[in-house]
Design a protein around this ligand. Structure first.
Ligand code: HEC
Ligand code: HEC
Length: 505
């Protein structure tokens, strides 16, 4: 990477350490999501049970739950055309700001084959899957970001659109890099476009940095982007219109796979995305949009994108499966797990249940922060263009997700704190501190998930900065791997059978 990054490093950022991945990451767009601003009111978290030693384990005879589980009902969705949706997803510029193409192409050549996906048109055909070309009304050619920044991932080396990217690096603050790009641009119209984009990156940058590779900050910066827009007009405001905490709280989130949306009645881990899903999905454009008119034009084709997303099926498990064992696992699963995760095959069912924090016991930070601080954001949302047809309604728990294609979506739980399904189903075996390579070929078909190395120390005990970024430390708030102890009571044999069954979903 001799050119762009090297150039900027020489010109302005002598102290800064940057990498190729940071350049890619800086084209990020928000996801939708979540609004949680923690810790303004002291410590809201009642710490959940420790690993495996308490919590409402489910036995062979499920007891009546003592907490209120909520079932989220289906709501009407706008119809769309999945093929048109795929085309739009890969070719339309729904995040309409970015880096002038002249600056981009002075650094990067055409994308290698391994970074391309089929169905891309014009200039897009030469760009990596996570970048989209856009000519502004004023005629400036830009390279912008798209949904696949976070929603395309690799498994066994293969890029899968709709799989969450479990290896993207969000550990660097992008402000300086975005400023540095300006040194590559002299044309005034191009500079104006660059400035717009760099200002927005600067606004979210502190909210888009995590210290661990492989988890995603999108939930944390989406609220910040709302705060920087006037709700009625969606005009950009340089200063936030909703007070943000002085110290950013950035929570780690694992990106869920899109194929779940076929079954889900609400979006997001805490079920807060209600009403018209297509309208909610397009909130990701708010990194760049500045008017209702612009947003409405983008919204016109989002029912098609939603239709494509809900047409997706997971990739099939690529290794042998012991059918007899899986059959046995199916009955254990239906006895122990189906009441939350549903039934698979014919006839299938999926209950769309939110399991309250007290019962699920997984890290509460995401839910508590969103629940506690969402009032202003809910009001913003309601008053805004997005609130015309969709609603922001955080629940006090996590949705039990559909488990289709679960073999491919490691790491597990909403915060990606558990590296394999096997460890998820036996809470005492979950590593407290662990690391993995980030190479999607490091797949463990026995444990279903990422091969990893348990460590005897957390972040504080790691001196090597590269190793530290790759260390997942479950002793910290937001990163805990507690709860979901429903597999603990199973015998090893039954657990193995359930694992085999999960491979077939
Ligand atoms: C910067 C990363 C990022 C980008 C870009 C992004 N998302 Fe997401 N997306 C996430 C994360 C993280 C979640 C999980 C948030 C949660 O559930 O709290 C998510 C959740 C979702 C979900 C809900 C899935 C479920 O099971 O509930 C959908 C649908 C979705 N995104 C669609 C999109 C679309 C469409 C785009 C582009 C217009 C997009 N996202 C752009 C990170 C991103
Ligand atoms: C009481 C409801 C409930 C029961 C019973 C239950 N689960 Fe879950 N499960 C959940 C919830 C809620 C989550 C999401 C928790 C989170 O992300 O914090 C989850 C998450 C998971 C995940 C991880 C999903 C992901 O993508 O990260 C797997 C795998 C899973 N459950 C498998 C099982 C199996 C197998 C059983 C039976 C042995 C089971 N569950 C029993 C509620 C339940």
């Amino acid at each position: 990477m001799p050119t762009w990054m090297g150039w900027i490093e020489h010109a302005v950022l002598k102290e800064g350490s940057m990498s190729f991945s940071s350049t890619k990451a800086l084209l990020l767009v928000p996801s939708l999501g979540a609004f949680f601003f923690a810790c303004q009111k002291g410590d809201p978290a009642t710490p959940p049970e420790g690993n495996g030693d308490s919590g409402p384990a489910v036995s062979a005879e499920p007891s009546v739950p003592s907490y209120e589980e909520i079932v989220l009902p289906a709501e009407p969705q706008r119809p769309g055309d999945p093929d048109a949706g795929y085309r739009a997803l890969l070719n339309e510029a729904y995040v309409p700001c970015g880096v002038p193409y002249s600056a981009y192409s002075s650094v990067y050549g055409v994308a290698p084959e391994s970074d391309r996906v089929p169905g891309r048109e014009g200039l897009n055909a030469e760009l990596a899957y996570d970048l989209t070309a856009y000519k502004t009304p004023g005629g400036v050619q830009l390279v912008t970001s798209n949904c696949l920044t976070c929603h395309a991932g690799r498994i066994n080396g293969k890029l899968v659109v709709g799989l969450g990217d479990a290896n993207r690096d969000f550990t660097l603050n992008q402000t300086a890099t975005a400023e540095g790009v300006g040194l590559l641009i002299s044309d005034p119209a191009e500079r104006a476009e660059w400035r717009k984009w760099a200002d927005r990156i600067a606004a979210i940058a502190p909210w888009a940095v995590l210290d661990t590779v492989g988890v995603n900050p999108a939930d944390s910066f989406t609220g910040v982007l709302f705060a920087h827009h006037e709700p009625k007009t969606l005009a950009w405001s340089k200063t936030p219109l909703i007070a943000l905490p002085a110290t950013p709280v950035v929570l780690p989130v694992d990106v869920p796979p899109w194929w779940r949306m076929k079954k889900k009645n609400a979006m997001f881990y805490n079920g807060e995305g209600r009403g018209d899903h297509a309208r909610f999905m397009m909130t990701a454009s708010i990194l760049c949009t500045s008017s209702v008119e612009e947003s409405r034009a983008i919204d016109r084709y989002f029912p098609d994108i939603r239709a494509w997303i809900t047409s997706l099926s997971p990739p099939a498990y690529p290794y042998p499966v012991d059918a007899a064992l899986a059959g046995k696992g199916r009955s254990v699963f239906e006895r122990t797990c189906s009441r939350c995760h549903g039934r698979y095959g014919e006839p299938g069912s999926y209950p769309n249940k939110v399991i309250p924090l007290e019962e699920i016991g997984t890290d509460p930070a995401l839910v508590l922060d969103q629940a506690e601080f969402s009032a202003q954001f809910a009001t913003w949302y309601k008053e805004s263009f997005f609130g015309e047809t969709s609603r922001l309604e955080p629940q006090r728990g996590y949705i039990a997700p559909p488990l289709d294609g679960i073999w491919a979506t490691a790491p597990y739980l909403h915060n990606g704190s558990v590296p394999t399904v096997l460890a998820l189903l036996d809470s005492k075996s979950r590593p407290q501190f662990w690391t993995r390579s980030g190479d999607s070929n490091d797949y463990d078909p026995q444990a279903l998930g990422w091969r990893h190395t348990p460590l005897d120390h957390g972040k504080d005990g790691e001196k090597n900065s590269a190793a530290k970024k790759r260390l997942y430390d479950t002793s910290r708030d937001g990163y805990r791997s507690t709860g979901h102890t429903f597999g603990d009571a199973l015998t090893d044999e039954d657990r193995g059978a359930v694992l085999e069954y999960l491979k077939t979903l």
